[in-house]
Design a protein around this ligand. Structure first.
Ligand code: GLY
Length: 556
């Protein structure tokens, strides 16, 4: 009780809550764009299940939230059925067949700065359409065409350009010829704020997908144009890469926390493993001695993050290329005990820069959470890597290619404290999936989903989802508060704590510095989209992060 009172006071002091919660009895969709959430909710109203709604929402986001919503990228979907069983779909991009381990290095073996995130060679073979199609085939109820059609309509009829997208239009037009034409109207001028923005070329591509399913993207007209465009402009992706691409259904990783089950992605996302490791560490803590937002609490959370990210860097990569990853060990309670026991409560540990570190990760991913009337839940995160990915695309196709090749370790064997990891698990190989931090998560109690959550934010995803899960199930926070309240981020290397400016008391910051932590303020961490269930009243409670300018929770 004391803890709850403390956090309520702490939240009142340190949190600016600008976002209301949305309540619904029958179904809920939360995403980075309220028009896309509405599309998903309409699908639920028509008798679609959570899978149907997530597919329709994801296609709609490819139109209305083009900075990360996509058909040219990839992602992960966690699905928990109302019977308590869970599964996942991995539709992460793959390295093209022509990719090589040293493709981003100069003749001396050093990384050519920026090369792994720029140009068509940074594009991984897209997985989104294959993943959504697999979800539909295995678990959907409504016809495929009815799930793609709302996105076709949004692209064809247009949407009012939001303030955010208008600012993006002005900013990104300098990036490439494709982006210069991307936000234009029929006169070829940049679409103004609130003016209707139409995407007829994208609509035509979506119609191919609507009418031909997965083959509408990976074979036929669209595939031929992708391959032609790549060949002409020095890209690597061929018709063979596209025809070979398959999404993969994988068993979820399952962890527990004080009577809750937690379902997450296995690799090639690192998010699930790291989240479970950190939750196991937190389960050992006495929060009377480390109350929410106190100095010992932030220290403990940061030390848990440091350890989980070191293990992530050392061990994780594509499971199809790394057959002996110690997943069971990393997610075990026993391992967490070792990790917990070597935390010094008086001082910060030191991340050893001769071992493992980080590569720069894009922060513009997007997440959607869905719950349907029967209690089926979908947690889906997908991405183009950077905002607007590679900022490249074919003018004949109207969608943006990812730059996900940047998520591989580009320089084998070279790890430094500033930014590079060189561990073998995540080096480039043809057809390999690059390691991800996406952390779509479903928490269940007594076999029923009670929390569906995820976030964009590159490597910060793991930590913002971790803290939100902890806020809901340890500190009993309502979903909007769990999302909005103070978050920190530590990722082993660089050895520093990022914290949300204004949300941690200056005294706490000083006390943490005195313990040896380097403290760096940031504007915001994460952009969480979540749904909780008030099981007593059978009410769904949704919230989209107030940092998502166009986001929305839509229920019915
Ligand atoms: N591109 C960000 C991630 O996959 O983590």
């Amino acid at each position: 009780m004391k803890i709850k009172l403390f956090y309520l006071i702490a939240c009142a002091l340190f949190t600016t809550i600008t976002n209301a919660q949305t309540y619904a009895k029958n179904g809920m969709v939360v995403s980075d764009n309220s028009a896309a959430s509405k599309v998903g909710t309409e699908i639920l109203k028509k008798g679609g299940n959570a899978i149907d709604a997530s597919i329709a929402t994801a296609f709609a986001l490819a139109v209305t939230h083009p900075q990360a919503g996509n058909i040219g990228g990839g992602g992960f979907l966690v699905f928990m059925k109302s019977d308590g069983n869970a599964t996942t779909i991995d539709f992460r991009e793959k390295a093209p067949l022509k990719a090589t381990t040293n493709m981003f290095l100069d003749k001396d073996g050093n990384l050519i700065a920026g090369s792994n995130h720029n140009g068509l060679q940074s594009v991984g073979v897209p997985g989104t359409v294959a993943g959504l199609y697999m979800a539909h085939k295995k678990y959907g109820k409504l016809p495929w065409a009815s799930l793609v059609q709302p996105a076709v309509d949004l692209a064809e009829n247009g949407v009012p350009l939001s303030y955010t997208l208008y600012k993006h239009a002005l900013h990104y037009k300098k990036e490439s010829e494709f982006m210069a034409n991307y936000f234009t109207n029929e006169k070829g001028e940049i679409t103004q704020m609130d003016e209707i923005w139409k995407q007829p070329v994208l609509a035509a591509t979506l119609k191919e997908i609507r009418d031909n399913g997965k083959d509408g993207f990976y074979k036929g007209k669209v595939a031929k144009e992708i391959a032609r465009f790549m060949k002409k402009n020095d890209g690597l992706i061929t018709l063979k890469d596209l025809a070979k691409y398959e999404a993969v259904e994988r068993a979820p990783l399952k962890g527990t926390y004080k009577g809750h089950d937690i379902f997450v992605m296995p690799p090639p996302s690192s998010g699930g493993v790291a989240l479970l490791e950190m939750m196991n560490i937190m389960e050992l803590a006495d929060f009377n001695k480390a109350p929410f937002n106190s100095t010992p609490y932030v220290h403990l959370v940061a030390e848990a993050m440091r350890r989980a990210f070191a293990d992530r860097a050392e061990h994780l990569g594509d499971p199809d290329f790394n057959l002996n990853m110690p997943l069971e060990k990393l997610t075990s309670k026993e391992f967490a005990k070792n990790r917990y026991n070597n935390i010094d409560w008086q001082k910060a540990s030191v991340s050893d820069s001769t071992k493992y570190g980080q590569i720069y990760d894009g922060t513009n991913t997007t997440h959607l959470s869905v719950l349907d009337k029967d209690g089926n839940a979908v947690s889906l995160t997908y991405t183009l890597e950077h905002s607007y990915g590679s900022r490249l695309g074919s003018p004949k196709l109207g969608f943006i290619f990812n730059n996900e090749m940047g998520d591989f370790n580009p320089q084998p064997g070279y790890t430094n404290s500033k930014g590079l990891i060189g561990s073998a698990a995540n080096i480039i190989k043809p057809e390999k999936r690059m390691l991800s931090s996406m952390t779509p998560t479903i928490v269940a109690k007594d076999g029923k989903a009670v929390l569906v959550i995820g976030s964009p934010g590159g490597r910060t995803i793991i930590n913002t989802v971790f803290q939100t899960v902890l806020n809901v199930i340890e500190f009993d926070m309502p979903i909007h508060m769990a999302i909005e309240t103070m978050k920190i981020h530590h990722q082993w290397l660089p050895d520093r704590i990022l914290y949300e400016r204004g949300l941690l008391s200056p005294d706490t910051v000083k006390a943490l510095e005195a313990m040896g932590h380097t403290m760096e303020p940031r504007g915001q961490l994460g952009r969480l989209m979540g749904i909780t269930v008030d099981s007593d009243n059978k009410v769904y409670v949704g919230a989209s992060d107030s940092s998502s300018p166009d986001g929305g929770a839509v229920g019915y």
